[in-house]
Design a protein around this ligand. Structure first.
Ligand SMILES: Cc1cc2nc3c(=O)[nH]c(=O)nc-3n(C[C@H](O)[C@H](O)[C@H](O)COP(=O)(O)O)c2cc1C
Length: 414
């Protein structure tokens, strides 16, 4: 299907690249492994060639040939720095300079290395050049520390590579609806559309181990992503500390804090036909989180909180060209519905999904929800139902809004 250069660099997670090779080969791709000398200290190059079902290349320049995508997993801090600065001192960094097309990287390293300003600046350089960064997850690292830096799972990386290939313009892999929607004859306004969904609840650090969070599980956003995908959309899910499994076949970007949601939404929303902001994003964050764990003592710990950016208002204020913008509003009490009615106009949204989180068994961290859909055309109450059914009702409304904007476009250009 596609020709993929797979760079593997010198971290413990190199062993996970074996699974990634298998997944890419199983998906029908031709994979050329490009392990760095550092990677070969962990896994022999022959293992990668065997899994890719190819002989070690005899040609000295196979890495400079045409490729549909360059994937680097794991990406060390060292190679990341080289990529950011354009160094070319091994086959992988040479390939990276010669490659034209999607670059997908999955960094993996010790938490302090990942959080270092030099590393973060290098990641930003790559992002600004259009690289797709599969964020490392939080968990136990090889050296026993716990924190951000663990390489994303191979299945997640393979899914993102598939999405990057679908998004290629002007090639044999040109954008098309997901195959299962073609096979099952799915039709509707969401087929082939880009849908960006935020899900979960953000956590704002108080120190290196404590945070201010909320009770959102991410079930509602995950149900929306799954339903959009089922309706034939290409879905990107910005995942904030999900406590449920994300659906298959969607691109997942980890966004643990409000700042991450803001940054990734900003970068990715311009290409989206529909943006659904279902995550519970913190309204306030500690002004000065401690870098390390604050030791326990008898002194009162006063924390000053500052407001976070209003991402939804920022999206609503932009030129949208037919993009449908959906906001979720969790409120408690009778005045909540009025506040959400006002939000539709104040933030220039197309649809507000109001839910009263004071009710027992619905809303945050529950399997069911009960919502009111508020649009400029009117309001519709959706009675208590499992979240997948609520997601279907929300996306019915989104499809109606997409059709409406298509018709307005037609009558505008007639
Ligand atoms: C046991 C061990 C584990 C390592 N794990 C990582 C890692 O996970 N991430 C990282 O950035 N560097 C890691 N390093 C350091 C890299 O191997 C080192 O920076 C090397 O120069 C990377 O070369 P490369 O980027 O060309 O593959 C590790 C080193 C050792 C000895």
């Amino acid at each position: 299907m596609a020709r993929i250069l797979l760079g593997i660099t010198g971290g413990i997670a190199a062993y996970k690249a074996c699974e990634l090779v298998r997944l890419l080969v199983r998906a029908g791709h031709e994979v050329l492994p490009l392990p760095t000398p550092g990677a070969e200290r962990f896994v022999a190059a022959e293992t990668f060639y065997a899994l890719a079902r190819i002989a070690p290349p005899a040609d000295p320049y196979p890495h400079l040939g045409r490729a549909d995508a360059l994937v680097i997993a794991p990406l060390t801090a060292n190679t990341l720095a080289k990529l950011a600065h354009g160094l070319a001192d091994n086959v992988l960094t040479e390939a990276a300079l010669a490659h034209r097309g999607p670059l997908v990287v999955a960094p993996a390293m010790n938490t302090r290395m990942w959080e270092h300003p030099a590393t973060q600046a290098n990641v930003d350089v790559l992002r600004d050049r259009g690289a797709i960064v599969v964020e490392p997850g939080v968990g136990e690292l090889a050296e026993g520390e716990v924190g951000a830096g663990r390489m994303a799972e191979p299945a997640e990386i393979a899914t993102i590579v598939a999405q990057a290939l679908v998004g290629l313009e002007g090639s044999a892999l040109e954008a098309r609806p997901p195959e299962d929607s073609v096979q099952s004859g799915v039709s509707g306004a969401l087929v082939g559309k880009h849908v960006l969904v935020t899900a979960g609840g953000t956590r704002e650090p108080l120190d290196s181990v404590r945070f201010l969070g909320n009770r959102s599980s991410g079930r509602m956003g995950v149900a929306l992503a799954a339903e959009a995908r089922r309706r034939g959309a290409k879905v990107t899910l910005l995942a904030a500390n999900l406590t449920v499994d994300p659906p298959d076949g969607v691109q997942i970007v980890n966004t643990p804090t409000a700042a991450d949601v803001e940054r990734e939404t900003h970068v990715r929303s311009a290409a989206a036909d529909v943006v659904v902001m279902a995550a519970a994003v913190a309204d306030y964050r500690p002004v000065e989180p401690w870098a390390a764990k604050r030791p326990k003592d008898s002194v009162t710990w006063k924390v000053v909180l500052e407001p976070t950016a209003d991402v939804l208002a920022g999206l609503g204020a932009r030129e949208r060209n037919g993009q449908v913008l959906v906001g979720f509003g969790a409120e408690t009490g009778a005045a909540g519905l009025d506040r959400k009615r006002a939000m539709l106009h104040d933030k220039n949204l197309d649809l507000v999904v109001y839910n009263d989180v004071s009710r027992e068994g619905t809303g945050f961290d529950a399997d069911e929800n009960e919502v009111v859909l508020i649009t400029r055309a009117g309001e519709r109450a959706v009675p208590r139902a499992p979240k997948p059914l609520i997601a279907a009702a929300v996306l019915d409304e989104v499809e109606r809004l997409l059709e409406q904007s298509k018709q307005e476009d037609r009558s505008g250009s007639a």
